[in-house]
Design a protein around this ligand. Structure first.
Ligand SMILES: NC(=O)c1ccc[n+]([C@@H]2O[C@H](COP(=O)([O-])OP(=O)(O)OC[C@H]3O[C@@H](n4cnc5c(N)ncnc54)[C@H](O)[C@@H]3O)[C@@H](O)[C@H]2O)c1
Length: 356
């Protein structure tokens, strides 16, 4: 055979692999769309960053959605696109006041539990918030769920439950789980509570340990922080810690697909899945990407503050990369890498900042 023939055969094989991959991916995503058995749904914290994206996705799939939010960090503008839609109910109340809303779970089959105080970094100064806003809320919700007809609960846990894992990438089976922030401790406590209620009261539970979720409407985290700092002073960007904190990021669109895919594919009473990316990126690199997004070429990136050992704050995990093979083996995969997600989110958030 001459060289051209080998080349042709190789190209054909690559094409077949590509078509197969696309078909497999499309199949798994189609499965993800088959949500009829899971609605109507309640999203606690549905006016927040991740919750509002999930509400939009479920609405586009004709699933009836109820949102419960106290609008502490959530925003009505996050729900703007849903205001004229059918199949959406919005309740402005607090998970700690469930006596006010005894009918909250009427006809609900699936609860996506997102309401929480989502800041990791304030935990050192105010550890009680993690208890009040995360653990107590979750307990109140579970008490209501056990007296209802709810079949499934999906919980947005976090990579921080792993603490400073010495196995990287970190699989779901890693242990012992020793979180290093009050926020991480509260997420682990919630996982424990949910698991126990699922086993005692015949509920199906899905625990999702999320990497850093980024994208439009996010109002906390490193990208939003950098954009705001640079808007005030574009000459200098102050980076908390030594800038080498390295983590994996996921775009919110991939995260939402991961939620629905996990729910549909989870077959045990309680399943735990990591949702993240296979690559990671450090804070310095994120700083450079945000400067590029804003067309800033002369900005000085300067480390400042943080802890003696280079963390951004007490309780900051310096290296986080989740092993996502459990969910990937079932057929899910993110569209965007960490690097691509940071570029995309940076652009999305910069445009939002300009339109505020
Ligand atoms: N964003 C991330 O990178 C990330 C990573 C891991 C886990 N999580 C978890 O995902 C969930 C959503 O996070 P997010 O980034 O969208 O945050 P967010 O602050 O945008 O959303 C949280 C929502 O919960 C609402 N809320 C808070 N306390 C409430 C209460 N007592 N009653 C009713 N509503 C209440 C807030 O108003 C807000 O709308 C949180 O549980 C967070 O801990 C987020």
């Amino acid at each position: 055979m001459i060289f051209e023939d080998y080349f042709l055969i190789l190209n054909t094989v690559l094409l077949i692999i590509d078509v197969f991959n696309q078909f497999y991916y499309a199949q798994s995503m189609m499965l993800c769309m088959d949500l009829h058995d899971f609605g109507p749904c309640l999203i606690t914290g549905g006016a927040g960053f991740i919750g509002s994206h999930l509400a939009e996705k479920l609405n586009s799939l004709n699933v009836h959605v109820k949102i419960l939010d106290n609008f502490s960090s959530g925003n009505t503008s996050n729900l703007e696109s849903l205001s004229s839609k059918k199949n959406i109910e919005i309740i402005n109340d607090d998970l700690n006041n469930l006596d006010n809303i005894p009918d909250l779970l009427k006809n609900i089959k699936t609860v996506f539990h997102f309401a929480a105080y989502p800041e990791v970094r304030t935990g050192f100064e105010k550890p009680e918030i993690a208890y009040e806003e995360n653990i107590k809320n979750t307990f109140h919700l579970l008490e209501l769920i056990r007296k209802s007809e709810v079949k499934h609960i999906v919980f947005s846990s976090s990579s921080v439950v792993y603490g400073e894992a010495d196995l990287i990438p970190t699989p779901e089976t890693y242990g012992p789980l020793l979180p290093i922030s009050p926020y991480g401790g509260s997420k682990l406590a919630c996982e424990g509570l949910i698991s126990s209620y699922c086993n005692n009261f015949n509920i199906h539970g899905v625990m999702l340990r999320l990497a850093n979720v980024i994208g439009s409407r996010s109002r906390h985290g490193v990208i939003w922080d950098f954009l705001n700092k640079l808007q005030i002073n574009s000459n200098k960007l102050e980076i908390l810690g030594n800038g080498k904190q390295t983590k994996s990021y996921i775009h919110v669109s991939d995260c939402i697909d991961g939620f629905l895919f996990s729910l549909i594919n989870s077959k045990n009473k309680v399943d735990v899945y990591n949702i993240g990316n296979s690559d990671k990126i450090d804070v310095f690199e994120i700083g450079k990407i945000v400067c590029d997004t804003m067309n800033l070429t002369q900005t000085e990136l300067k480390t400042k503050g943080g802890t003696i050992d280079g963390r951004g704050w007490i309780g900051d995990v310096t290296l986080m990369l989740l092993d996502i093979s459990k969910l990937k083996n079932l057929g899910w995969k993110p569209h965007f890498t960490s690097h691509e997600s940071v570029i995309k989110s940076s652009k999305e958030l910069f445009s939002e900042l300009n339109n505020l």
